[in-house]
Design a protein around this ligand. Structure first.
Ligand code: NJP
Length: 230
């Protein structure tokens, strides 16, 4: 049975991807800081699930999580590096601690997560899904700091790919999605430009069905009600 790791699995996109992967028969290793939510999620999943506290902004937490997962399963086939946070404001207004937090989670956290599982992924010729953003290759006023952390994440994903051709890296770039992101909560109508997390998970489900010698490197998906901007 294939083993998938999902970071930021306690809610939003990560949680929905975890549910989809369980349906697809993956064994799961789920990480997030909110362990209570991970426990609740696990109760509803019909597959083998390991969950553990994970704070991707702390190197020792990532190492601890990875070694527990590798001990439990012996190896992993898929890593969904999804954990992310968003703080917004004009560049002269964004707070130092918010910018730093985003760098720690969105950029360094992704790097640490992939790095920790890389030997196993190489051995199993596995795959990484790096959840970045539709803004990982564009900018917008009021989003400069968040955007910078996602551009950097994109650069890391591409470099990882070049350095590890035996692993397939997919940069998953969602536009606005109806989650708890940036302090909001779900319930926003699709007509306001938000995808449902299920839309993202379904897109990924389709891609995972492709033959293993197909490398989809990037997927950007947005609601038809979100303005197309590049
Ligand atoms: O957000 P939300 P999404 N260590 O807030 C976890 C990107 N994205 O699902 O630790 C470990 O509902 C947090 O868990 P917890 C976005 O940048 C979104 O929308 O328990 N985990 C929770 O499970 C991000 O990369 C939109 O608090 C940490 C999860 O992350 C990804 O999509 C648009 C953590 C966040 O769930 C998923 O975000 C876009 C840490 N230090 C890109 N800090 C959008 N929603 O509109 C947070 O372009 N988490």
């Amino acid at each position: 049975m294939k083993v998938a790791v999902v970071t930021g699995a306690s809610r939003g996109i990560g949680r929905t991807i975890a549910e989809m992967l369980a349906e697809e028969g993956y064994s799961l290793a789920l990480g997030a800081r909110n362990v209570e939510e991970l426990e609740k999620l696990t109760e509803g999943l019909e597959t083998e699930v390991f969950y553990h506290y994970l704070d991707v902004s702390r190197p020792e937490s990532v190492d601890d999580f990875a070694s527990r997962v590798l001990w439990r399963f012996g190896g992993v086939d898929l890593v969904v590096a999804n954990a992310g946070v968003g703080y917004f404001g004009r560049l002269e207004e964004i707070r130092d601690e918010d910018f730093e937090r985003m760098l720690q989670v969105n950029t360094l956290g992704l790097w640490r997560t992939v790095k920790a599982f890389l030997p196993s992924l190489r051995e199993r010729r596995g795959a990484v899904v790096a959840v970045t953003s539709d803004v990982s290759a564009r900018v917008f006023p009021g989003g400069g700091a968040y955007v910078a952390t996602k551009w950097a994440a994109r650069a890391l994903v591409r470099t990882f790919q070049m350095e590890n051709p035996e692993v397939r890296f997919l940069e998953l770039r969602p536009g606005a999605v109806d989650t708890y992101f940036a302090g909001s909560g779900p319930g926003k109508p699709k007509e306001h430009g938000f995808l449902k997390p299920e839309d993202v998970a379904e897109a990924l489900r389709c891609l995972l069905k492709l033959p293993p010698d197909v490398r989809v490197e990037e997927l950007m998906l947005r609601s038809i009600y979100q303005r197309p901007e590049y």
